[in-house]
Design a protein around this ligand. Sequence first.
Ligand code: CAA
Length: 257
Amino acid sequence: MEFIISEPNYKPKVALVRLNRPKELNALNLQLMGELRDTMAELDNNPEVRVIIITGNEKAFAAGADIKQMSSKTAIDMLQIDQFSTWDGIRKTKKPIIAAVSGFALGGGCELAMLCDMIVASETAKFGQPEIKIGVMPGAGGTQRLTRAIGKARAMEMVLTGKFISAEEALQSGLINKIVPVELYLNETVKLAQDIAEMSPIAVQLAKESVNKAFDSSLQEGLFFERKNFYMLFASEDQKEGMAAFVEKRKPEFKGK
Ligand code: CAA
């Protein structure tokens, strides 16, 4: 791995994945995205990991897809390279993913943060879809996920003007979960990850799947899907443990069974 640093045991049950191309502000070239996809698949299969954090550095989460790598490509090159298939792989991660964002999260960087399940931002974070300024448009979910997250009017303005929004605006728009001082953003993300890591991993997986279902189904289909997952959890030992612990007024010990 050249552009990804993976720490599966960063904290108990919490893995940290760092985008590591600092000189290029973590511009997402094909190799980096391939490495990220492979890393996420590995962590998803690692039984010691329950939650995955993706981060960059203080200056940049990621400044977008690598413009230099794309600039001379033809439409057919783009079709054949199929760069977004790696993104599809990352999207299949079953465990919760939290983006810890500081500095620039632009273009593909903003799209990668939105592909995660939650976003914790430092107060210096800037989000944007500036592709319009280089004669293209978002290609990795920017027009879809951003619109669902912050609504049509705000998404349209960001996508059509390329203007960045601050962490504060991102919070008010519902794009991110919280803002944290820059020196604490990773620690706070870890705390959120650890809270989730204490829950039953089976319930967490099915709950994530069910929330995501809300984005691509009718309410009726979504409710049906949710109900099946809810019933299915009664086949787990963790459900018995969680409810027994409540009745016995003690902390549950979930085993992921
Ligand atoms: N691709 C390739 N290289 C990039 C890059 C990108 N997206 N973003 C930054 N870099 C490189 C710069 O070229 C520069 O390299 P050199 O030192 O070799 O010249 C280095 O990173 C540092 O960048 P700057 O000197 O520009 O730093 P700055 O602080 O002055 O500006 C910035 C920061 C505003 C983020 C500016 O770099 C910028 O505008 N970057 C491009 C942002 C962008 O347009 N992103 C969208 C890309 S397209 C996309 O993502 C499509 C999609 O939907 C998947």
